[in-house]
Write a protein that binds this ligand. Structure first.
Ligand code: HEC
Length: 137
């Protein structure tokens, strides 16, 4: 009987913990960035960074592929392939895998900015993505 209750609790806990995994993953990354000298992530700064045009192999921003509305599908400007929404509010897979996040941040920053993003820029962007909700401009 006790085992059954425990099992039920564990089962019930599964969706709970996976829906919180985004924040846990982001928190771990934010701690890494802080060790490297960043302050706390700032969502407003992250939003501005997301939309800022950089001039590396042409004028692009993060929004060029991911759009300004993180709850919408994006489109890769070179391949034309659809990119799933970035907002964990509509795509719970986002911000759950720190290796994936680090890999793509490195790649996309290099492509967009011509350099890697610094720890503060990464912290701002992750907090921005994490907080993004429907109906934001
Ligand atoms: C040329 C198109 C393109 C641009 C520009 C771009 N990205 Fe991406 N990004 C992608 C693709 C493709 C993926 C991987 C496919 C996927 O995850 O849907 C991705 C994935 C990501 C992820 C992984 C998120 C997760 O948890 O799954 C992050 C974070 C990210 N991009 C951030 C950025 C940031 C920050 C910028 C601007 C500096 C940026 N991207 C610019 C195409 C782009």
């Amino acid at each position: 009987m006790n085992n059954h209750i425990l099992f039920a609790v564990l089962l019930a806990g599964v969706p709970l913990s996976s829906s919180q995994a985004g924040s846990a993953t982001v928190n771990t990354l934010l701690q890494e960035y802080a060790i490297l000298g960043s302050g706390p992530g700032d969502a407003e700064q992250g939003k501005q960074f997301w939309q800022k045009m950089f001039n590396n192999n042409g004028e692009h921003s993060c929004a060029s592929c991911h759009t300004k509305d993180l709850t919408q599908y994006g489109k890769h400007i070179k391949t034309g392939k659809a990119i799933k929404p970035m907002s964990p509010a509509v795509n719970p897979e986002r911000l759950t895998d720190s290796k994936k996040i680090s890999k793509w941040l490195k790649r996309n920053c290099k492509w967009t900015l011509g350099r890697e993003c610094n720890p503060q820029e990464k912290a701002n962007v992750l907090v921005y993505i994490e907080k993004s909700q429907t109906l934001q401009d």
